[in-house]
Design a protein around this ligand. Sequence first.
Ligand SMILES: CC(C)(COP(=O)(O)OP(=O)(O)OC[C@H]1O[C@@H](n2cnc3c(N)ncnc32)[C@H](O)[C@@H]1OP(=O)(O)O)[C@@H](O)C(=O)NCCC(=O)NCCS
Length: 169
Amino acid sequence: MSTAKTRSPAEQSDVSIVRMTEHDLLEVVEIEEASGLSRWGWAAYYAELQGGNRDLLLVAKPVHVGGNAPHHIVGYIVARETAGELHINNVAVRDQYRRRGYGAMLLGRVLDEARRRGATAAFLEVRSGNSTAQALYKKCGFRAIATRPNYYTDPREDAVVMSLDLRSS
Ligand SMILES: CC(C)(COP(=O)(O)OP(=O)(O)OC[C@H]1O[C@@H](n2cnc3c(N)ncnc32)[C@H](O)[C@@H]1OP(=O)(O)O)[C@@H](O)C(=O)NCCC(=O)NCCS
């Protein structure tokens, strides 16, 4: 009888998580716009890449990209670390690549990078109606700690504040 070898999600993934560069920004902005996130735009991502948090901007790229591949990037994450606290600003995966574990991979890698830098806690805000993103964050260990009323505009909505202790997770 043969037994299948169990592989971790990262081992069996067909994407790799790498640092974002300015060459990625057109696709990053395209994904941002298609995902309904609060708009940052090209210039804000570019500015972030010039600063000390550039190691916390990551993209998921297909491992085998042919010359005619439709997409070079399937998702991205943007975070910032200040005084030992990580703040997750944006994470998004192209619609047709969702539910394959890429969002969790991006989040896991940025949390690893934050721990490597000595961060002890991670925080984020998420729209109260965005149950999909909240499910991703909960799966990665975050828990809701507060609500910020009317935090978002267009449309107006409360934010759920979520946090994760990076020392115990
Ligand atoms: C949130 C988002 C990044 C998740 O990306 P993803 O690659 O599909 O997520 P994953 O496949 O890694 O899912 C990880 C876990 O999240 C949860 N999850 C993801 N999508 C879900 C869905 N549609 N319904 C319920 N739970 C979901 C599940 O717990 C899932 O684990 P499982 O597949 O083992 O059940 C993606 O849906 C997205 O880009 N949404 C639009 C942008 C956005 O809202 N970003 C967050 C802003 S705060």
